[in-house]
Design a protein around this ligand. Structure first.
Ligand SMILES: [Zn+2]
Length: 183
């Protein structure tokens, strides 16, 4: 499977920090390359998707997430949220590890994230809105947390079959993406 699916115990484990001597090793480079490849594969099926993925989802328990920011792949190694706004927002979430479910989750509207790039250099960015929600979602994966764990009211959870019941065209694309993820 290209992406580990709900029920796989690896998704519930805590990922390990990438150590100083691990940067630019074959192991870490290959995690980064695989994350990019899988996201490109998803984007080829649906242009609006394929923008964020975490290492545990490809079976590697390393603290690495991959974001596509303004169309550019941005690997974040050992990411930490160092500051967050008091203000929260409702973010409709989906996850490639259980793509048939969606829910609205409360996330920090703005966060400041510190991470290391591929060379091990420390970077910091402030993001808000959708990108803030995406990064919080991906960092959660590094601690074995799903967005489902944040859902307060069960009736927020919906299946894509229900959400897209009147949009068979889109449902077809979604199914194609799901087939790709589990192939
Ligand atoms: Zn996810």
């Amino acid at each position: 499977m290209k992406i580990r699916q709900l029920g796989d115990p690896i998704l519930r484990q805590k990922s390990l920090a990438v150590g100083r001597d691990e940067f630019q090793t074959h192991e870490i480079d290959s995690v980064i390359q695989t994350l990019k490849q899988v996201l490109d594969g998803i984007k080829a099926i649906s242009d609006e998707n394929g923008n964020a993925l975490s290492a545990p989802q490809i079976g590697k328990l390393k603290r690495i997430i991959m974001l596509r920011i303004d169309g550019v792949f941005t690997p974040m190694i050992n990411p930490v949220i160092i500051d967050a706004s008091d203000e929260m927002f409702d973010f409709v979430e989906e996850c490639f590890s259980f793509y048939n479910l969606r829910a609205t989750v409360q996330r920090y509207k703005q966060i400041n994230v510190q991470f290391q790039n591929e060379d091990g250099r420390v970077k910091q960015i402030t993001v808000s809105g959708e990108m803030s929600g995406l990064i919080q979602h991906e960092i959660d994966h590094l601690d074995g947390i799903f967005f489902l764990d944040h859902v307060k009211k069960e009736n927020n959870i919906a299946s894509v079959d229900y959400i897209l019941k009147d949009n068979p065209q889109r449902l077809k694309v979604v199914r194609k993406m799901m087939d790709y993820m589990v192939s």
